[in-house]
Design a protein around this ligand. Structure first.
Ligand code: UFG
Length: 347
């Protein structure tokens, strides 16, 4: 049974990925400092899969603690590295915290991998590395553009660090790198597991669209503000490539299988999205249809830093990883609503 370390494994995407890995028979070790998540997520994972992943309460940005983690689990065969701060707004206010945490954690994990001879990593990246692309859908070979926030910059810099390390490893090993790194560039993950036992748990007032919608529908927020209707898009609102978090989790399983195959060495990057754009009003309409709840909302001014439109060309992930998204927007909004209702029932 292959042993995989999932850093940030109690977080939103990490927990869904842990479920997907366990269901495929991988042994999962979750490392998380619970900064932005809850240990009870492990109970939910156990309830869904029948297996409770081994949990390590570790801040992987802490050099000594991270090294000890790897020493305790020297037989780890691959790492999926999610652990990072992820708020765009907060990163603008606390850039140093973001650079320190997101880059330190990556480098500590890479040192740990080196120490125990672990050569495989899936890195949690973002379509934010493309900025506002000039042509759409965006392909993986498009150059990096200004991410317009420190959070986005940490993803671009982390990708560059990983590429440099793979290059150095190739030079050491006669152009045949032993290190294998997959950069998964997520578009906009929304939704929750069909069991409604795990989902997104934002701290305080949500910044992202989907949790704001579900909290508004639940009466926690008075109304949703739609940030701008004067964009050059079909309904005037910004377009995004929304992807169900369970499809995203499945992409990690496919990435893992690819890492363990003989056909790959070095690094590669993949867009992980549905490959089609939706406006904010499309998401609202889908939510209202699936939940039966009328959503109070108003159109307000643009949100600073928002790009107009982005969606991915996802052919490469299909061709190389054998992965494609299966769940549509209605399934995303319905599952997000079921998760919100589960939270309310528990409260
Ligand atoms: N939106 C609203 N009202 C809200 C929240 C969002 O109208 O209350 C709109 C935004 O203007 C945007 C869309 O909903 O058009 C999606 O916004 P999100 O905040 O959910 O997502 P973003 O596309 O802004 O950000 C996401 C991730 C980031 C990542 C970025 C890359 O959350 O981590 O994509 O483009 F960096």
């Amino acid at each position: 049974m292959k042993k995989i370390l999932v850093t940030g494994g109690t977080g939103y995407i990490g927990s869904h990925t842990a479920v997907a890995l366990l269901e495929k028979g991988y042994q999962v070790i979750v490392a998380d400092n619970l900064y932005n998540s809850d240990e009870r997520v492990l109970d939910a994972i156990a309830q869904i899969t029948g297996v409770r992943p081994l949990f390590e309460n570790v801040d992987v940005a802490d050099e000594a603690a991270c090294m000890q983690l790897f020493r305790r689990h020297a037989d780890i065969e691959a790492v999926i590295h999610f652990a990072a701060y992820k708020s765009v707004n907060e990163s603008v206010v606390k850039p140093l915290d973001y650079y320190r945490n997101n880059l330190d954690s990556l480098m500590r994990v890479l040192r740990g991998m080196e120490a125990v001879g672990c050569h495989k990593m899936v890195f949690s990246s973002s379509c934010t590395v493309y900025g506002q692309p000039e042509t759409l859908p965006v392909t993986e070979d498009m150059p990096y553009q200004d991410a317009s926030c420190p959070y986005g910059n940490t993803k671009r810099i982390a990708e560059e660090i990983l590429k440099d390390i793979v290059r150095a490893d190739g030079m050491k090993n006669d152009a045949h790198p032993s290190l294998k790194v997959l950069l998964l560039r997520y578009f906009n993950p929304i939704g929750a597991h069909a069991s409604a036992l795990i989902g997104e748990l934002p701290n305080g007032v949500p910044n992202n669209l989907m949790p704001f919608i579900t909290q508004t529908a639940a009466g926690i927020r008075p109304r949703l503000s739609v940030f701008g209707s004067d964009y050059d898009t079909p309904d005037g609102t910004p377009q995004r490539d929304y992807i169900h978090v369970c499809d995203l989790a499945d992409a990690h399983v496919c990435a893992m299988e690819y890492l363990f195959s003989d056909g790959f060495s070095g690094w590669d990057a993949f867009n992980i999205g549905c490959g089609r754009p939706y406006g904010v009003l499309d998401v609202i309409r889908s939510f209202e249809k699936m939940s039966g709840v009328k959503l109070p909302y108003e159109i307000v001014g643009r949100r600073p830093g928002d790009i107009e439109k982005i969606w991915g060309n996802v052919e490469k992930a299909k061709r190389v990883l054998g992965w494609q998204a299966k769940r549509d927007l209605d399934e995303m909004t319905l599952s997000a609503w079921q998760w919100q209702r589960h939270l309310q029932e528990k409260a």
